[in-house]
Design a protein around this ligand. Structure first.
Ligand code: UDP
Length: 240
């Protein structure tokens, strides 16, 4: 670990549900979750950054993949509940390794977690707890990427780290098209115009309006978080 100074005080890490899944991206793979948790804690300890994590639910359920005979809003609520299941799994993995966490839900599920209250979330961060934010924005017709953008802005994070399975943003899926172009930097407008499927337009627009930078990076190279936090150009930076 280099001794360079950490550039950011508070960051929001977005973990898509697929990262929680088995090889096919479905279900929950507890051993890979443990590996992810280990790396997150190592970086969190070494950099002393305040860390909020927003989890997705795509490994369990996505509203847009619903069966035709399920109402869209109902399906979205099912998706939000899926993010809470992932949040519980992540909380368990992180706490087993000895780091303090608090899980918060965007709508109340009082038997399993605290409701999201902005000032309380900030307090947890200040006290050095990792917060796990679930249920997206708490409303149907949104995604957890929008949840990540919203929370990052209201919690005054300095950066969104969006973890994926590839090195950053490409012109199209590099796993399907090896000739896809890799972008080191993009403006918000470029990211929106190219319709890149990395984050949805609502999330990019929110970030644009509030000048919230996003770095998209490869979760399999989690050590790169350390480098990103020290200002190195790893992955793709989306900013002004
Ligand atoms: N969802 C929602 N509102 C939100 C966040 C999520 O309705 O604010 C639902 C939506 O159906 C979505 C699902 O929850 O498909 C799971 O979230 P997402 O697809 O963002 O998870 P990821 O792709 O990150 O795994």
């Amino acid at each position: 670990m280099s001794m360079n100074k950490v550039k950011y005080k508070r960051v929001l890490l977005k973990l898509t549900g697929e990262l929680f899944g088995e090889k096919n991206g479905k279900g929950i793979n507890f051993s890979s979750l443990e590996e992810i948790a280990k790396k997150i804690i190592k970086i969190w300890k070494e950099t002393k950054v305040e860390l909020a994590i927003v989890v997705g639910g795509g490994n369990i359920f996505r509203g847009r993949e619903r069966a035709k005979n399920v109402d869209e809003a109902t399906a979205d609520y099912m998706g939000m509940l899926a993010t809470i299941i992932n949040g519980m799994a992540l909380q368990e993995a992180i706490e087993r390794l000895g780091a303090p966490t608090r899980m918060m839900t965007a709508f109340e599920v009082s038997f399993v977690a605290e409701p999201y209250i902005r000032r309380r979330a900030i307090r947890h961060l200040e006290k050095g707890r990792i917060i796990i934010l679930t249920a997206g924005v708490g409303s149907p017709f949104f995604t957890t990427d929008s949840g990540a953008a919203l929370r990052a802005i209201e919690l005054k994070c300095n950066l969104i780290l969006k973890a994926t399975n590839v090195d950053g943003i490409y012109s199209n899926d590099p796993r399907k098209n090896p000739k896809a172009t890799f972008y080191k930097k993009l403006s918000y407008d470029e990211a929106i115009k190219k319709d890149l499927k990395v984050m949805d337009t609502t999330a990019f627009s929110l970030c644009k309006n509030h000048k919230m930078p996003i770095v998209v990076f490869n979760i399999n190279k989690l050590d790169s978080i350390d480098k990103i936090l020290k200002g190195k150009a790893i992955g793709t930076l989306v900013s002004d």
